[in-house]
Design a protein around this ligand. Structure first.
Ligand code: COA
Length: 331
């Protein structure tokens, strides 16, 4: 049976850097609190009128296509993971497809938030293993800025979430390499612990002055609940991936966790007893870009020579849903 290999990676971060001190001018917070609780020192926010979710996705995709050494026309399917699409309908997959000049091929949108990239990777893996497609473009891209309540009420999430895009080209290979397994989970009991309520469809109107006043268009997060579940599920799903392949934590060459919060990543690292050089984190510079964190981190780690051919790589994510997942691959 064919296997799926990640052959190209790309990323785009909006140029506007927002340091913690700038946040202190908007809400009652401070640099030390943010660094101590989240590890974040600065993040990127988009500039309205300049970047869009799609424009960032296009840039990340072009970089991934170049990195893979393929022609754009070789792509035969697109999977776009985002919870912050440019339109309510249609999804971002078709916008990216149009921009890349790939009219006619299928384009799928995935809405699994922070686990979106891993859900997308798993879907791509199934399509490739069955022989349905040979070259798939996967993108995770988000603009969280416009869903953040930048007052004291929303400060626990406003300091964490940020904007950016990452992309991967995955291709069929006949060799014993690439994705070894993917593992997906969710528990809808916690749907409202990290969510954006509006605009919902199950009411008289989707938008009204009252709804706007209620603030349901902003991202709501129960930080404590997210933290408690994240540390358990991350650990569990990484062990699941290792066990499925007869591997142990010490076999991992590089763990790239979804960049939720540096404290969560450090907690997982300690539980798995991994040395610093085996865990890649960049949340300090970019904040939590939801579906984009893993492909951004992979692209950066590859460029820095930290992610190398032949490495046993573990990817893991946890987020809204709650949804979580992992992938183990021979890069
Ligand atoms: N700046 C300063 N103080 C803040 C603050 C901010 N940005 N946000 C909250 N606080 C305050 C709270 O109001 C509270 O004050 P009080 O004690 O006077 O009531 C105090 O800090 C502690 O709040 P608490 O919510 O208990 O803090 P915490 O230690 O749980 O940290 C998070 C908050 C959000 C950093 C933490 O819960 C967390 O990391 N959760 C996981 C978030 C995450 O990973 N999200 C991504 C999921 S994909």
């Amino acid at each position: 049976m064919k296997k799926t290999k990640i052959t190209g990676l790309g990323r785009f971060l909006p140029p506007r850097i927002v340091i913690n001190d700038e946040l202190s001018t908007m809400m009652n917070t401070n640099h030390d609190w943010i660094v101590e609780r989240t590890g974040i020192e600065e993040r990127r926010w988009f500039t309205p009128g300049k970047e869009t979710v799609n424009s960032m996705a296009v840039e990340a995709s072009k970089m991934a296509i170049k990195d893979a050494g393929i022609a754009t026309q070789d792509i035969d399917f697109i999977i776009f993971a985002t919870i912050t699409p440019d339109y309510f309908v249609p999804g971002n997959g078709v916008l990216l497809q149009r921009e890349l000049g790939l009219q006619g091929i299928g384009a799928l949108d995935v809405r699994n938030a922070c686990s979106g990239f891993l859900y997308a990777l798993s879907i791509a893996d199934q399509f490739i293993k069955t022989g349905m497609y040979r070259t798939i473009l996967i993108v995770g891209a988000e603009i969280q800025y416009s869903a953040l309540d930048k007052s004291d009420t929303g400060r626990s999430s406003a300091v964490i979430f940020a904007d950016g895009a990452g992309a991967a080209i995955v291709q069929a290979t006949e060799k014993e390499e690439g994705i070894l397994s993917t593992h997906l989970h969710a528990d809808g009991d916690y749907a409202e612990e990290l969510y954006v309520k509006d605009p919902g469809s199950s009411r008289e109107t989707r938008i009204s002055p009252d709804l706007i006043k209620e603030g349901g268009f902003n991202l709501y997060m129960n930080g404590n609940a997210v933290f408690k579940h994240a540390v358990v599920r991350f650990h569990e799903v990484i062990l699941e991936a290792l066990q499925a392949n007869g591997k142990h934590p010490e076999d991992i060459d590089l763990l790239i966790p979804h960049q939720a919060n540096l404290r969560i990543s450090q907690f997982i690292q300690a539980k798995l007893q991994l040395p610093d050089q085996k865990v890649y984190n960049n949340i300090m510079k970019y904040g939590n870009t939801t579906a984009a964190t893993i492909p951004i981190a992979m692209s950066e780690a590859k460029e820095l020579g930290i992610l190398k051919p032949g490495d046993l790589v573990c990817l893991a994510a946890f987020g809204s849903g709650f949804a979580w997942g992992s992938a183990l691959l021979r890069f």
